[in-house]
Design a protein. Structure first.
Length: 67
């Protein structure tokens, strides 16, 4: 969903800014995309899809632990 947006953003940033500044904007865009993906697809009480937890570990969600 965000791959096209990120590709266009990176291309535009590369055209408008020097490489160091474009990289800063691009890094921020990737963080925003990751945040939006979590907001859209994360289900409370479950780790985000694709998150691999070490065997025997758990993640605290609120006051409840999720294996």
């Amino acid at each position: 969903m965000f791959a096209i947006w990120l590709a266009l953003f990176e291309q535009t940033a590369g055209e408008l800014f020097v490489p160091d500044v474009a990289a800063q904007f691009t890094a921020k865009a990737h963080r925003i995309a990751a945040s939006l993906q979590l907001a859209l697809f994360h289900r409370l009480g479950q780790p985000p899809e694709g998150l691999v937890l070490p065997t025997g570990s758990s993640t605290a969600v609120g006051h409840r632990e999720v294996p």
